[in-house]
Design a protein around this ligand. Structure first.
Ligand code: GAL
Length: 941
């Protein structure tokens, strides 16, 4: 099996070229193929490539497909580590081998007059495919996410039934070059196409379409000599290939204004049609520009993943996904870490994205060997690596959306990377080069980093690094694993502040969870001996592409319009680089206690790109009601999409009214009574309020660790558990019914440790509905760990399922992820307040509630008032159960509603891969006091 160990070189393939839309005959060979999986190459079927081979007993498998997603073998997930011994170029003997066969009729046109040759193209075969047509061996594919074309002229039988046979191996020498952080999913996972090549046709074209400062297009098309170029919309026709042309005044292509022109390149034998955008990418004075203007990449890293299909993503799903990105103001995509299906880039051209197209190359597993033997510096891999770069550039060179080439990801350093860069630079001087792995930046045009903290990005912004002459981007930042990321707004502020900091790409777009009947699976769920658990669940959207709260936050942070609201006016700042706001409208509303009291619209004056205006809002006046009042301003486009939002408080809430003096507590048999409240004497906890049974507020500092607490080089969870924060005990020190209330003194401390939180609960009652609780905490002993949270928890009857509040919302919010949450009145249910993170963890906090109610269908319930604000979380399971769960299916309602009222939370940060919460979001154990009022509502007993 020499081809398997051939250092990643394909065999018998044609020179790479662009994916072109041509009028020559073509035939898509996707469909129901025959399939048989063998555990080793030796076990695979002998002679299965013969046209007459009997495959009637074989299974059917759709092509394209990742075969483990169809019941053959199993998916396996590793991040950095290779799942096979590192022994290049050798591969395991146990090498799952999938034999594929497909019989199809070829129209006679493929053999018609004027057809010189026929090609068979594979857009993606993972990892290596040996190909026969009608029993004739054609060659071998390598480079899973890159196209391979074979000349099948001699083997093809036009006008007859033909049989294609492909033997796909899960492992090949190429696997050493494809160690991306994702599931290992073998298969023919992209289209298979038969393409007729007319004699004298258009084999390839390279369109160079620039945009000049004079507003004119520059057009040069590399193509066959004698071919003629036309741009009908510009009145251009019959232009020769090879020469530079002035295309006259054109509308430029940008990601914000994705203007495309149809270009034809024709010979008498063939016409190809392209959608072309006029745009010029440059680096000018250390700034990355398009059409002469600085751009900011508000990006995400996009993998190709589908929860049911693996690496196959149907085109309608891709379109919906890209539209979803745009509705969340994502303007850039890094195709981590391989070129996507070619149609994805067509959509990026059409919808408008800045794209970094990344080569199918990663050797991260060699890092674990100190980079010894890294293919990047092994001459035996040189040819395969330059071939990969060539195949990406040639395939994608005509896409205006692609503004940079990336050599790959996490592949160390070495001569082969230098050769890839040199080849690309020579072939396409019109696009800068990117590669994060070489800090020296010897071969690239931008300084790129992953997961640099805010402070470092700020320093880079000030030019305090080793390459201050280069633009700076974060090719990965803000690890979106589980609940998070935190700190997005602060990164965005740095991109706004420093011209050289030109944005970045959140890691990553999607959770790679595989759908099973027990919820979404992650690493280890398929019995893999070596795996990286839920590290593959780190996206802004859930596996089914439902937005997570992280994406909602991202949308608010990436918003193209910033609005700074003050009484009577708003400053509108347009953060587009190319668009004005003539497509947008301004709406405002004034609320009192969360209810709208007035609203209106205001005509937006001209707001050019990168400029700001002040809009007066004379009708938005402070309402008469003596209630907390806000002015909200939204800028929306014609579809209603919010381009920016802002709000300002017009009036503070009046102080709580106290009609009477506080009543005293009385001891009544075994219980203590204070107005409508009854307490048990053992722990001093509330057990009844009005008609409501509950288990009283107990100090709670624990949260079910989020991935950012749990994962990473120095997880804070380890320190939390060592400090005993997950097992605090509560000792009653004293219970003191006073003349004007009740004081319950406790010492909250973990077993085996000396540190404690002295906690005083001071209860007061001013009427027969409400009790007011002040919690005062005094840390005792050594507290060198932050607290996960600081608040109280209560258990309420399960019937209290309807929730309403006046505070930040509507979605979940944490101290370092609350740009998207606006103050208002919201309603939801206990069930809907929870976020179904694939790996269960703390979630669902609603911030800064002025008040909240939890109500049963019969009208009974609990009302909580913050004094002035309180965060809350309500769910149907305890924090302990959430902490213990590993999949969403483990979360079983306990029968109660578990309510947390929190004074403070530790931030989310991004420490599962990157920095923890910024210093201002670390929750230190320190003396603290907070107050809430609790009332039982509805029928009293
Ligand atoms: C980066 C890598 C990504 C992904 C991420 C963590 O180092 O480039 O592929 O592994 O870390 O999720």
């Amino acid at each position: 099996m020499e081809y398997l160990t051939g250092f990643g070189r394909p065999i018998g393939t044609c020179p790479p070229r662009a994916t072109l839309d041509s009028d020559a005959p073509r035939l898509l060979l996707n469909g129901a193929w025959r399939f048989r999986l063998a555990p080793t190459v030796a076990d695979a079927a002998d002679g299965f490539w013969a046209a007459g081979f009997d495959d009637s007993g074989w299974d059917e498998l759709p092509v394209p497909s990742s075969w483990p997603m169809h019941g053959h073998g199993r998916p396996a997930y590793t991040n950095v580590v290779y799942p096979f011994p590192v022994d290049p170029p050798h591969v395991p003997t146990d090498n799952p081998t999938g034999d594929h066969r497909y019989a199809f009729d070829v129209p006679a046109a493929f053999g018609g007059a004027g057809i010189e040759s026929v090609r068979l193209r594979f857009d993606g075969v993972d990892s290596c495919g040996r190909v026969w047509l009608n029993g004739v061996e054609l060659g071998v594919t390598q480079g899973s996410r890159l196209p391979a074309e074979f000349d099948v002229t001699a083997a093809l039988r036009p006008g007859e039934r033909n049989v294609l046979a492909v033997r796909v191996h899960q492992w090949s020498a190429g696997s050493y070059l494809e160690d991306q952080d994702m599931w290992w999913l073998p298969g023919i996972f992209r289209d298979v196409t038969l393409l007729a090549r007319p004699a004298g046709g258009v084999e390839d074209v390279f369109v160079h379409a620039g945009y000049g400062a004079d507003g004119r297009g520059r057009l040069r098309v590399e193509g066959p000599a004698g071919a003629l170029v036309g741009v009908p919309e510009l009145g251009l026709s019959g232009l020769p290939t090879g020469a530079a042309h002035d295309a006259g005044p054109v509308e430029p292509w940008t990601a914000e204004t994705p203007r495309l022109y149809t270009v034809t390149v024709a010979t008498p034998a063939e016409t190809v049609t392209l959608r072309v955008g006029f745009r010029t990418v440059a680096i000018e004075d250390g700034i990355l520009t398009v059409n002469g203007r600085r751009i900011v990449l508000r990006g995400v890293n996009r993998h190709e993943f589908h929860p049911d299909l693996g690496r196959v993503v149907p085109l309608d799903v891709v379109r919906a996904e890209l539209e979803l990105m745009q509705r969340h103001h994502v303007n850039a995509i890094r195709t981590s870490h391989y070129p996507p299906h070619p149609a994805v880039l067509d959509l990026c051209d059409e919808l408008g994205f800045w794209v970094i197209d990344e080569c199918d190359y990663e050797t991260h597993g060699f890092e674990l060997l100190g980079w010894r033997g890294n293919p990047s510096d092994d001459p035996r891999f040189a040819e395969a690596l330059v071939d990969r770069m060539r195949r990406m550039v040639e395939r994608d060179k005509n896409h205006p959306s692609v503004i940079m080439w990336s050599l790959g990801n996490e592949a160390g350093v070495g001569e082969n990377l230098a050769a890839m860069a040199a080849w690309a630079r020579e072939r396409d001087p019109g696009r800068p080069l990117h590669y994060e792995g070489d800090r020296s930046c010897a071969h690239v045009d931008v300084y790129s980093r992953m997961y640099a903290g805010h402070e470092e990005v700020d320093a880079i912004g000030r030019g305090e690094d080793h390459v201050p002459h280069l633009p700076f981007i974060l090719c990965e930042y803000a690890h979106a694993m589980g609940n998070g990321p935190g700190g997005l707004a602060e990164y965005d502020a740095l991109f706004d502040r420093h011209p050289r900091c030109q944005g970045g790409f959140v890691w990553e777009w999607i959770d790679h969870g595989i759908r099973t009947d027990r919820g979404f699976a992650y690493g280890g769920d398929f019995g893999e001996p070596l795996h990286d658990g839920n590290f593959v669940i780190d996206g802004l959207v859930f596996p089914d592409r439902t937005p997570s709260p992280g994406l909602v936050e991202l949308a608010a942070v990436y918003a193209p319009v910033r609005i700074d609201v003050r009484a009577g006016e708003a400053t509108i700042r347009n953060r587009y680089a190319f668009r004005d706001l003539s497509h947008a409208a301004l709406r405002w509303r004034v609320t009192a206690d969360g209810r709208e009291v007035s609203a209106g619209a205001e005509v937006l004056p001209h707001v050019g790109p990168g400029t700001a205006v002040v809009v007066a809002l004379p009708s938005a006046v402070v309402p008469h009601e003596p209630a907390e009042s806000w002015l909200d301003v939204h800028i929306t486009d014609a579809t209603g999409l919010v381009l920016g939002a802002g709000q300002a408080r017009l009036r503070a809430a009046p102080p709580p009214s106290r009609t009477a003096t506080a009543v005293g507590a009385r001891v009544d048999g075994g219980a203590i009574r204070l107005g409508p409240a009854r307490f048990e004497p053992v722990h001093g906890r509330l057990v009844r309020l009005g008609g409501l049974d509950l288990r009283g507020p107990v100090l709670d500092v624990w949260r079910a660790p989020i991935d950012n607490d749990r994962v990473g080089p120095d997880p804070v969870e380890r320190r939390w558990r060592a400090a005993g924060l997950d097992r605090m005990t509560h000792r009653l020190i004293g219970l003191d019914p006073t003349g004007d209330g009740l004081v319950v003194l406790t010492r909250v401390a973990p077993g085996g440790a000396g540190r404690a939180l002295l906690t005083a609960y001071t209860w007061k009652c001013f009427d027969d509905e409400t009790v007011e609780l002040t919690v005062a905490i005094e840390p005792e002993g050594d507290w060198d760990v932050p607290l996960p949270r600081l608040g109280v928890r209560l258990e309420l009857p399960g019937a209290l399922g309807a929730v309403e509040w006046f505070g930040a919302g509507p979605g979940e919010a944490y101290p370092d992820s609350r740009t998207a949450a606006l103050v208002g009145r919201y309603s939801s249910t206990v069930d809907d307040l929870s976020t179904p993170y694939v790996y269960p963890q703390e979630n669902g906090n609603r911030a800064d509630a002025r008040w909240l109610t939890l109500t049963a269908p019969d009208g009974r319930g609990l009302r909580v008032q913050g004094r002035p604000h309180i965060d809350f979380t309500a769910r149907r399971w305890s924090t302990a159960a959430l902490d213990a769960a590993r999949h969403t299916a483990d979360l079983v309602p306990s029968g109660a509603v578990h309510l947390h009222l929190d004074h403070a939370h530790h931030g989310l940060g991004s420490a599962s891969c990157g920095p923890g919460p910024l210093p201002q979001y670390v929750l230190h154990a320190a003396p603290a006091t907070f107050t809430v009022a609790l009332s039982g509502v509805g029928a009293a007993s």
